[in-house]
Design a protein around this ligand. Structure first.
Ligand SMILES: [Zn+2]
Ligand SMILES: [Zn+2]
Length: 166
């Protein structure tokens, strides 16, 4: 379910990679992310939005973001917040042996769950750490053109190694 790719810098020769999506540890990643949100790691607004309604979910999958202004890129969790369309129905949904109600929370939420059972509460704005501009999700073309994180050099053309895992 996760994927990544490797690139090579044409200037300094460094190989670098970007891994997006989710790995098999996703349930742990999800739990850590929603706990951070509720503890205020992502600010007071996110904390109160996540506590303000029942069973608010966070997009904990990792995506590639690029800054249009300076070309800086980063792989970050989506972090947008979502609310269930039907809280009662969700409480009856089974995760393993138990329902959400019995767990007392939703153990983990994947992006396909978000599409099916939730609606967007608020989008997280991804800020570029270099110049402060807003970053956007990378397009396919941009994925092939990520510059070297060390020296800023362009990637070697045609050098694009895909990795995938379950
Ligand atoms: Zn380089
Ligand atoms: Zn920037």
């Amino acid at each position: 379910m996760g994927s990544g790719f490797g690139l090579k810098c044409s200037k300094c020769g460094k190989e670098y990679a970007a891994y997006t999506g989710i790995g098999f540890l996703f349930p742990q990643v999800y739990k850590a992310t929603i706990t951070d949100v509720k503890n205020g790691k992502y600010g007071e607004e996110w904390k109160s939005l996540s506590m303000g309604k029942e069973l608010v979910a966070v997009d904990a999958e990792r995506y590639l973001y690029v800054c249009k202004n300076c070309g800086h890129w980063a792989v970050e969790p989506g972090l947008s917040l979502y609310a269930p369309n039907d809280v009662e129905k969700l409480k009856k949904k089974k995760y393993g042996e138990k329902t959400v109600e019995q767990w007392g929370e939703v153990p983990y939420v994947m992006s396909m769950d978000l599409e099916e059972d939730y609606h967007l509460l608020k989008s997280w704005i991804h800020k570029c750490e270099k110049c402060g501009d807003e970053m956007h999700r990378a397009t396919h073309d941009e994925e092939y053109n990520l510059h070297c994180p060390d020296c800023g050099g362009a990637p070697v053309e045609g050098y694009h190694v895909l990795h995938k895992w379950d």
